[in-house]
Write a protein that binds this ligand. Sequence first.
Ligand code: SF4
Length: 102
Amino acid sequence: MRVVVDQDLCGTTGQCVLTLPGTFRQREPDGVAEVCVATVPQALHAAVRLAASQCPVAAIRIIESHPGDDERASAEPAPSPAKPERHAVKHQRNPGGHDGTV
Ligand code: SF4
């Protein structure tokens, strides 16, 4: 499992950092949350899911691992799902609104 924070959405509440200080941290000086682990250890999966569910602005995204991901991850750059997901979230939060595309 990997976890990412949409830093455009993060409301800097620090709740995820309080829940899992070894997984999340707040950057200086603006308090936006960052993920400080490349992959989430199995023992913390439930806690990360809880932190994601408790984020007041749904800025935490979980990327589930699948068999074979570890080998690919070491051979290729990590995929960057944040932008498509961010787009999807903005669309959900602004139904019918303009998404900036022409
Ligand atoms: S809980 Fe959500 S809004 Fe609060 S710091 Fe973490 S990612 Fe940001």
